[in-house]
Design a protein around this ligand. Structure first.
Ligand code: CP
Length: 343
């Protein structure tokens, strides 16, 4: 029996390790037999709704390709064309929208990030509300807390190069300066799934960039259970030393939402850019990479070149950024097949 059939995916933490492994195994199968896999028609004539509050390159394109390759169709939706109720406007409730959407589609993907939200956690609440009323699976396509499909793709990319056994391998998840103000979802998903699967995770960031305390606690519990390690450092040299993977990415301070509420989203972005610019050492360079165990460079994209990482590292022989981007397609085919088709 497939325990993932008709299940939501808001965070990989909600799935068992066996369910995550099953998904990754199927993703590797889909990669190996991209156009002649026996499940390639499992969404024959079915539609997956992709509901985007925020823009995307990889997520929209990879989900659309995934639906096509499974014999179905992915329909792009935006809230501005849907007349939905919000704190400021009258309109249709989530209850009604989710029920109606479930009568048409085999699954509902939702992306909602900080610029569409008033406080941290509101996006997760929205996805939970859709999941409550929808009778088809609700899949996060990145929201304020988590980005599960990205986390699965990160692991697939890592395994393509370093094998399946993460024991003893060190992932440095490192904050980076940048002008693209980033939410916490990709970073939090990465440290959760990696501690869950037994990777030794070092999270490095300058003072003031703390992430969600509940996620930190889950990472500690995950590491204890999996036999991996989880540590937080504020020193770059300590972070880079002996790393096997380096994932360098900007994220915003927790003050973003307050500033956005008080002074608007643009002012909040400018404040974050100004704060980040104070940490000019926090760019992944060849010099920092020379301290590692010849580490692979990872990034979920879009990359802020020259800020999060130099071109030399991002285009270098140890960069796996495009493999990770490609993996989005395979893991999402696996997620769709297992939650929406295979009973
Ligand atoms: N990594 C990721 O989700 O990319 P997009 O924002 O381009 O979809």
């Amino acid at each position: 029996m497939n325990t993932l059939y008709n299940r939501d995916l808001l965070c990989t933490q909600d799935w068992t390790v066996d369910e995550i492994e099953r998904t990754l195994e199927l993703a590797f199968d889909f990669k190996a037999r991209r156009f002649d896999h026996p499940l390639n028609n499992c969404l024959d004539r079915r539609t997956f709704f992709m509901f985007f509050y925020n823009p995307s390159v990889r997520t929209r394109q990879s989900f659309e390709c995934a639906a096509t390759e499974l014999g179905g169709h992915a329909q792009f939706l935006e809230p501005r064309s849907m007349r939905l109720k919000s704190a400021k406007t009258a309109g249709e409730t989530v209850q009604d929208a989710a029920n109606v959407m479930s009568r048409y589609a085999c699954g509902i993907g939702i992306r909602v990030l900080e610029t569409a939200l008033e406080y941290y956690g509101q996006g997760h609440e929205l996805l939970e509300e859709y999941a409550r009323w929808a009778s088809v699976p609700v899949i996060s396509m990145a929201h304020d807390r988590f980005h599960p499909c990205q986390g699965l793709a990160d692991i697939m990319g890592m395994r393509m190069h370093a094998g399946r056994d993460p024991r003893g391998k060190k992932l440095l998840q490192v904050w980076a300066q940048g002008a693209l103000v980033r939410s916490w979802c990709s970073v939090q998903e990465s440290i959760l799934i990696n501690t869950r699967l037994g990777t030794d995770v070092t999270l490095a960031y300058p003072e003031g960039y703390d992430l969600d305390p509940e996620v930190m606690r889950w990472c500690e519990e995950n590491a204890e259970e999996s036999g991996g390690r989880f540590e937080v450092v504020h020193d770059l040299e300590e972070g880079y030393r002996r790393a096997d993977f380096v994932y360098s990415r900007n994220w915003m301070t927790s003050g973003f939402y307050d500033t956005a509420r008080e002074r608007g989203v643009e002012a909040a972005k400018q404040r974050e850019i100004g704060l980040a610019a104070r940490h000019e050492d926090w760019t992944c360079t060849s010099e920092w990479m020379s301290l590692t165990n010849d580490a692979y460079f990872m990034h979920c994209g879009p990359v802020d070149r020259g800020a999060e990482v130099t071109d030399e590292v991002c285009d270098g022989p140890r960069s796996i950024v495009y493999d990770i981007a490609e993996s989005r397609l395979h893991v999402q085919k696996a997620v769709m097949a297992l939650t929406m088709a295979v009973r």
